[in-house]
Design a protein around this ligand. Structure first.
Ligand code: TA6
Length: 296
C-alpha cells in the first residue's frame, strides 16, 4: 500500500508517506501554511503545527503506533460510541483501533491540503457491532485545521450512533491555562460522580478533571498563557464538550501516557453522547466537524 500511495500522489511535493516497523502508514504534510502528520491507524491526526506556531496537538512520548492500538495524543476518533459501553465493548468504540484506507489527497492553489481517510464495516467490527457503515474523516490542513467526520448508514436497519473527536491540545503549562466558553453550562463530573453542575467562569485545571458539558455548541478558547496564544476550537454537529486532564496519578497509571505529560496537555473534545447520540436511517449521514486555529 505504501508504494501505491507514493506513486498515486507523487505530484504533490508537500505530501510524503512512510511506514513504521509495525506496518502503520503515516502521511506527512509540509506546506507553506503548516506541517501535519496523520496515520492510517485509527484515521488519526497525530500532529498539527501552523507556520510560525508551536505544535498545537499534544502527543505522548510513549504513545504506541501499532495495529489494533489507540494512539495516545493527537485526535483519536471515537466511534460509534463515546466512553465506556454498557456491554463491556471497547471504550470509545472500535475505529480508533483499526487501520483505515486513504481515500484521497488534494492540494488547492492556495496551498491548503485535504486528506480523506475512510473505513467500512469489516469482520472485526461486525463481531462488536453488527451494522454496515462508511465512516470518513476529511482533514483540511492550512493555517487552521478542519476535521469533518461523516458516517453513513449503508445497511438496511436504523443505527444509533455517538462518537467524538477526542483532541489532545498542547499547552506550555496547565497551571497557566484556562478554558473559556463553558461558563453557565451544566456538566456531569466523571471524577466525583456529581451531575448537573453549572460551570462558573473559565475552567481551570489543578487536579484530575473529566467533565461532560451538555447542550453546548459554543466555541472554546484555550488560553495557553505560557505560550501567549489562544487555541480556538469551534464545532458543528455536536452538543457535548468534554474537558479532560488525567492529572498526576492517572497519567502515571497509563503506560502510554508520559508521567509528566499531564502538565502540558488538555483534552477538549467535540462529542455526541448521552441524549446527543443520533439515529441514522438507512442511507442517512451525520457529520461532526471541528475547526482548530491559533490566535494571538
Ligand atoms: O474523554 C475523557 C475520557 O473519557 C476519560 O474518561 C479517559 O478515559 C479518556 O477518555 C481516555 O480514554 P482512553 O480509552 O483513550 O484511555
Amino acid at each position: 500500500m505504501l508504494s501505491q500511495y507514493q506513486q498515486q500522489y507523487a505530484a504533490l511535493s508537500d505530501v510524503t508517506f512512510s511506514e513504521n516497523e509495525q506496518g502503520v502508514i503515516f502521511i506527512h504534510v509540509a506546506s507553506s501554511l503548516a506541517k501535519a502528520q496523520l496515520c492510517l491507524q485509527g484515521g488519526h491526526v497525530c500532529a498539527f503545527q501552523p507556520q510560525g506556531e508551536e505544535p498545537v496537538l499534544w502527543m505522548s512520548d510513549s504513545a504506541l503506533f501499532q495495529q489494533d492500538k489507540a494512539i495516545r495524543g493527537g485526535v483519536p476518533v471515537c466511534w460509534p460510541w463515546f466512553g465506556p459501553h454498557p456491554n463491556g465493548l471497547p471504550q470509545h468504540g472500535f475505529v480508533r483501533n483499526q487501520a483505515w484506507l486513504l481515500e484521497s489527497v488534494e492540494q488547492q492553489p492556495d496551498g491548503v491540503i485535504t486528506v480523506v481517510m475512510g473505513i467500512n464495516e469489516n469482520e472485526a467490527s461486525r463481531a462488536l457491532w453488527p451494522h454496515a457503515f462508511h465512516l470518513q474523516l476529511a482533514v483540511t490542513i492550512g493555517s487552521s485545521l478542519e476535521m469533518a467526520l461523516t458516517c453513513r448508514n449503508v445497511g438496511d436497519q436504523v443505527i444509533e450512533v455517538g462518537g467524538a473527536l477526542h483532541s489532545y491540545f498542547a499547552v506550555a503549562d496547565i497551571g497557566h491555562t484556562r478554558i473559556e466558553g463553558l461558563a453557565g453550562v451544566s456538566f456531569d463530573d466523571k471524577v466525583s460522580g456529581e451531575k448537573g453542575i453549572i460551570q462558573c467562569g473559565d475552567v481551570l485545571i489543578d487536579q484530575e478533571v473529566d467533565r461532560v458539558y451538555l447542550n453546548t455548541e459554543s466555541e472554546i478558547f484555550i488560553h495557553d498563557e505560557g505560550q501567549n496564544r489562544v487555541i480556538a476550537v469551534s464545532k458543528q454537529g455536536s452538543r457535548g464538550t468534554v474537558v479532560w486532564n488525567p492529572w498526576v496519578e492517572k497519567a502515571a497509571s497509563m503506560g502510554d501516557f508520559d508521567d509528566e505529560g499531564y502538565s502540558q496537555m488538555v483534552c477538549v473534545e467535540a462529542v455526541n453522547c448521552g441524549d446527543d447520540v443520533f439515529s441514522l436511517n438507512p442511507g442517512e449521514n451525520h457529520t461532526l466537524t471541528q475547526k482548530i486555529s491559533v490566535k494571538h
